[in-house]
Design a protein around this ligand. Sequence first.
Ligand SMILES: Cc1cc2nc3c(=O)[nH]c(=O)nc-3n(C[C@H](O)[C@H](O)[C@H](O)COP(=O)(O)OP(=O)(O)OC[C@H]3O[C@@H](n4cnc5c(N)ncnc54)[C@H](O)[C@@H]3O)c2cc1C
Length: 376
Amino acid sequence: METSPENYSCAVIGGGVAGLSLAIQLADAGIKTIVFEKNTYPFHKVCGEYISMESWNFLIELGLPLAEMNLPMIHEVGISSEKGFMLHAPLVSGGFGISRFTLDKELCVLARQKGVTILENCKVEDVKQQSDRITLIKTAQGTYAAQIVCGSYGKYTPSFARNTQELKKNINYIGVKYHIKINFPDNKIELHNFEGGYCGISKVEAGVYCLCYLATSDQLKLAGNNIKKLEEKVLHKNPFLKKIFTEAEFLFEEPIVISNVTFHKKSTYENGIFLLGDAAGSITPLCGNGMSMGLRASNILAQLLVSFFKEDVSKEALIHAYALAWNDQFKLRIQAGYYLQSLFGKKNTTHLVLKALNKMPGVTQKIIGLTHGKSF
Ligand SMILES: Cc1cc2nc3c(=O)[nH]c(=O)nc-3n(C[C@H](O)[C@H](O)[C@H](O)COP(=O)(O)OP(=O)(O)OC[C@H]3O[C@@H](n4cnc5c(N)ncnc54)[C@H](O)[C@@H]3O)c2cc1C
C-alpha cells in the first residue's frame, strides 16, 4: 500500500547560507520546515570566505555565537594589477573571515536545534505542483510534500527548475580554492588581478587563510586544462600572486574546483519555487558579497512567508512582494557589480583604474560602499 508523503509547511532545496538561514527563521516562527542538502556536512565550498559586516548582527540573532569564535576581523583591502601596482584602502564597514566548512556546518547544527528537519546526502530530483496547497518534492530519499517550496540550490539551476529561455551569453568562469598557511596580516583582504580573472586572499579561523580565484574557462583551455599550468602561466604574471603561491604552505592535497560559473540575475519565483541566494542571481565576488546577499534575501523572504502562513497575504501577493523587495534591495548592487567587473581582470585598464583611484580615496570609498550593504 502506498503511504502518503510526509508533509511540511515549507521545503527548502539546498542547505547553504541562504537555505539554512531561511529555515532557521521559519523554525523560530513555528513553521514546520525541511531542508534537502545533496552533500554531507561539513564540506568545503569554492568561496572567498569573507563576509561583509552587514551580516554580523543577523547571524548572531540567528543564534551563531560569532563573537566567541575568535574570527579575524578584516578592515583593510589591497587591490593589485598584473603590472605590480597595489591600491591600499581602509574597509570602513569591513567584514570577517570564516570558512564555509565551519559556517554551513554550524548553521546546520543550529537549524536542527531549532527543530528543522535536515536531510543530508539528499538530492532533490524533481518538483511538481499537485494543487494550490501541495507541491511534491522527489528526492534521493523519497517523496515529500510541502505547501511552499524555496530554492536555495546555489549557482547551478537543477534541470527541474530550468527555464528553457535562460540565456547562456555570460562569460564562463572556473572557481578554484585552497586553504593555506602564510605570513599575511590578519585584518586585510587582498584581491590580485590577472588576465581574465582575480584571486583573493584573507584569513579564516584557526590560523588558516583562504586563497580563492576566478579565471575564465578559456584561460584554462589555453593552459591545456591544467590548473597548475594556468597558475604558472597566467596568475604568476602578477608579482604579488607569484610571491603568495611560492611562499604558501598548501593544506589541501588538491584544490577545490568548480566550472561553468556565470554571474547574472535570474528570477525570484520560477516553476512554483521561491528563489533566494545564488539561485535568484549571483554577483562576481570582486563586486559584491554573495553570502550577505543570500542571508539578506533569506531575511526578506522569511518575513513574507511568516505573514503568508498567518494568512495575512495571498500567495500571489507574496510572489509580487518578494520580487519587489528583492529588486529594491539588490538591483543597484548587481548593476554596479556588472559595471565594476568590466574594469577588472584586464592588464592595462585595471592598472590605470587602480592608479587613478589611488589619487581619489573618496571615490574609492564610494565604490567599496556599493559592494557592502548596511547592517540588517
Ligand atoms: C570564486 C568565488 C569566490 C567567492 N567569494 C565570496 C566571498 O568571499 N564572500 C561572499 O560573500 N561571497 C563569495 N562568493 C559567493 C558566495 O559563495 C555565494 O554567493 C554563496 O555561497 C551563495 O549561497 P547560497 O546559499 O545561495 O548557495 P550555496 O552556498 O552554493 O548553497 C547551495 C547548496 O545547495 C545544494 N544543492 C544544489 N542542488 C541541490 C539539489 N538538487 N538538491 C539538494 N541540494 C542541492 C548544494 O550542495 C549547496 O550546499 C564567491 C563565489 C565564488 C564562485
